[in-house]
Write a protein that binds this ligand. Structure first.
Ligand SMILES: *[C@@H]1O[C@H](CO)[C@@H](O)[C@H](O)[C@H]1NC(C)=O
Ligand SMILES: *[C@@H]1O[C@H](CO)[C@@H](O)[C@H](O)[C@H]1NC(C)=O
Ligand SMILES: *[C@@H]1O[C@H](CO)[C@@H](O)[C@H](O)[C@H]1NC(C)=O
Ligand SMILES: *[C@@H]1O[C@H](CO)[C@@H](O)[C@H](O)[C@H]1NC(C)=O
Ligand SMILES: *[C@@H]1O[C@H](CO)[C@@H](O)[C@H](O)[C@H]1NC(C)=O
Ligand SMILES: *[C@@H]1O[C@H](CO)[C@@H](O)[C@H](O)[C@H]1NC(C)=O
Ligand SMILES: *[C@@H]1O[C@H](CO)[C@@H](O)[C@H](O)[C@H]1NC(C)=O
Ligand SMILES: *[C@@H]1O[C@H](CO)[C@@H](O)[C@H](O)[C@H]1NC(C)=O
Ligand SMILES: *[C@@H]1O[C@H](CO)[C@@H](O)[C@H](O)[C@H]1NC(C)=O
Ligand SMILES: *[C@@H]1O[C@H](CO)[C@@H](O)[C@H](O)[C@H]1NC(C)=O
Length: 450
């Protein structure tokens, strides 16, 4: 199924490529769409630094500089941040992130009061992706209901603006939305009212939602769990602290399609585990920087193993000790595991790690794990990336048997680097020593089996 789909995508890419190279490109954006862009530029109401904003968005209709240049600069498809369809000539993507990147800092703050007039985009009915992130736009968005005319808009990024909760009805009016990012809009803080929750549920196609760094508390959970098609949810850096009430745990389990969940930096304790293990399709879980500590209770260990589809687990920067390892190595499909910055003092539990037969990427940096470690014993045949920075390995033996390895990070592992390379494990490899010394990293490009 997956392969068929991939083959189909490849074919489509090929066909598109052939079309785009054999047919003549549709020239020039529609005048109506060009006007919309110019309206948007005018609406951001910058006067003093206007010449520094979107400088290529000009209305010049003929210049002294010759026909070609005139044609190309007045075609808004060539303006910065604008992408038109090759086939229809209509605007399909607007990248308007951090518009003031080239205004010097003082001016940036001096001009904080920017208002977004969403109505200026209404005629861009072919628009599929709009990125307005990092602009510090204030709340106060007009004519929200009309946004329903943006019937092809699938991706909207409003990260790091100052929108408050009044933006929600605007967003929920957009019918085809699949990906929404609202990270760092501090004024969203607090509770969605029940009605707003309901509105979120009306985003029937929404597959990806990012609400990182918004100061939400646990009351946000019933709101997000009402979104039926959600596959990716990120709630990092909020104040979700504490245990989910039992009902909310159940609600998380109702996210049948959820494949990726990020709950980093929320002050959770170990009681979060039964809640996340109830999510049936989970592939990627990130719980870095919480207050996760101790061993999972036996039942929870079992629950972790029940995450049959989990491929990626990030538990960086918690307070686990080495007793956590058997709980994690029971997760059958794990490909990527990161346990950096936990207190895993103790001897590298080789046998335990050998259970993770699918493992490709292992990060154990700054964990205090101790060597010596013999790669003959570590039978991870698919391992490609191993990070042992800041561990206490002392000795690494038989690196040459790790033929799958593409990157190995070893800085600060408490051994005289050149001695392990020359006398111990690296004898069968020709090594670019310069690279090793400067980066303290061995990469496949610099290791060749001789
Ligand atoms: C635009 O800027 C002018 C001058 O700074 C100000 O008088 C006007 O109210 C602003 N308009 C909006 C919609 O913010
Ligand atoms: C550009 O020039 C054309 C005719 O050459 C005219 O029809 C059009 O209105 C002009 N556009 C603008 C935005 O001035
Ligand atoms: C248009 O075609 C060019 C190559 O001719 C390609 O690089 C570009 O991605 C295409 N754009 C779209 C929107 O398909
Ligand atoms: C917002 O933009 C629309 C369309 O360009 C325009 O009709 C409307 O007057 C603008 N609103 C404000 C407050 O400038
Ligand atoms: C949101 O911001 C707008 C404009 O700044 C303001 O009028 C409105 O009262 C705010 N709403 C809430 C719920 O804070
Ligand atoms: C969450 O925040 C809302 C509003 O900010 C508040 O009314 C509510 O009591 C908070 N809930 C919890 C569990 O802290
Ligand atoms: C986890 O936190 C909750 C409330 O925040 C508390 O009731 C519970 O005892 C804590 N559990 C552990 C194992 O610390
Ligand atoms: C790990 O932590 C648990 C509880 O926090 C404790 O019972 C156990 O003795 C610790 N194990 C080690 C090896 O420190
Ligand atoms: C892995 O380790 C490095 C430090 O060695 C760290 O910067 C990185 O964020 C870690 N975690 C993940 C998930 O990659
Ligand atoms: C590492 O070994 C080399 C030669 O074997 C020696 O010259 C060097 O001083 C050693 N470095 C450290 C930090 O021990």
């Amino acid at each position: 199924m997956q392969q068929q789909r991939r083959a189909l995508v490849m074919l489509m890419v090929l066909v598109l490529h052939v079309i785009s190279t054999t047919t003549t490109q549709v020239c020039c954006c529609l005048l109506e769409e060009k006007r919309a862009l110019l309206d948007f530029k005018a609406s951001i109401n910058e006067t003093r630094y206007a010449h520094l904003l979107l400088p290529s968005w000009t209305n010049i209709n003929g210049s002294e500089n010759g026909v070609d240049e005139e044609a190309s600069s007045s075609d808004c498809c060539n303006w910065e941040g604008v992408k038109c369809s090759n086939t229809t000539g209509r605007i399909v993507e607007l990248q308007l992130r951090n518009l003031r990147h080239n205004i010097y800092k003082e001016a940036f703050y001096e001009n904080r009061d920017w208002y977004l007039n969403m109505s200026t985009f209404l005629s861009l009915t072919h628009l599929q992706a709009l990125d307005l992130g990092y602009n510090n736009f204030q709340s106060g968005v007009e004519d929200c209901g009309q946004l329903a005319s943006l019937e092809n808009l699938e991706s909207l990024n409003l990260d790091y603006n100052y929108f408050n909760i009044s933006i929600i009805p605007c967003i929920t009016a957009i019918p085809a939305l699949k990906t929404l990012s609202l990270a760092g809009n501090y004024f969203l803080t607090g509770l969605f009212s029940v009605e707003d929750c309901g509105q979120l549920a009306s985003l029937e196609n929404l597959e990806s939602l990012n609400l990182d760094y918004n100061g939400f508390n646990i009351s946000i959970i019933p709101c997000v769990t009402s979104i039926p098609a959600l596959k990716t949810l990120s709630l990092a850096g909020n104040n979700l602290e504490g245990v989910f009430p039992v009902e909310d745990c159940g609600q998380l389990a109702s996210l049948e399609n959820l494949e990726s969940l990020n709950l980093d930096y929320n002050g959770f304790n170990i009681s979060i585990i039964p809640c996340v293990t109830s999510i049936p399709a989970l592939k990627t879980l990130s719980l870095a920087g919480n207050n996760l500590e101790g061993v999972f209770p036996v039942e929870d260990c079992g629950q972790l193993a029940s995450l049959e589809n989990l491929e990626s687990l990030n538990l960086d920067d918690n307070y686990f000790n080495i007793s956590i390892i058997p709980c994690i190595t029971a997760i059958p499909a794990l490909k990527t595991l990161s346990l950096a910055e936990n207190n895993l003092e103790g001897v590298f539990p080789v046998e335990e790690f050998n259970h993770l037969t699918q493992l490709k990427n292992l990060n154990l940096s700054y964990t205090g794990l101790q060597g010596p470690l013999s790669f003959k014993e570590l039978k991870l045949e698919k391992l490609e990336v191993l990070n042992l920075e800041g561990t206490q390995m002392k000795e690494l033996l038989s690196i040459e048997v790790m033929t799958s390895l593409k990157a190995l990070s070893l800085s600060g592992i408490g051994i005289n680097d050149s001695s392990i390379l020359e006398e111990k494990s690296m004898s069968d490899f020709s090594l670019d020593k310069k690279k090793w010394n400067s980066q303290q990293k061995v990469e496949q490009s610099s290791i060749q089996n001789t």
